[in-house]
Design a protein. Structure first.
Length: 83
């Protein structure tokens, strides 16, 4: 069985903007992404015509900096809120 990458699972500090969406940190990056997807699905923020796009609400706009992002750029934008 492979060992988990300890650097990848290291708890990171979550910015105030991101904490409004995923909760207070610190938490590892995979946990942040999991909670982000839970929030997106709970609030029905995926574009119904193209499921790869996320239509940000007011809280996510503070994190993403824009109204619509695709799921691939989402992780890059979120990483700016982790330290």
């Amino acid at each position: 069985m492979a060992k988990a990458n300890s650097a990848f699972m290291k708890p990171l500090r979550v910015s105030d903007e991101l904490a409004a969406v995923v909760g207070n940190g610190p938490m590892p990056r995979p946990e942040v992404v999991k909670k982000l997807w839970e929030y997106i699905k709970k609030h029905n923020l995926q574009d119904p015509n193209n499921k790869r796009n996320i239509n940000a609400d007011a809280n996510l706009k503070k994190v993403f900096g824009k109204g619509t992002v695709n799921m691939f750029e989402m992780t890059k934008l979120v990483s700016k809120h982790l330290s």
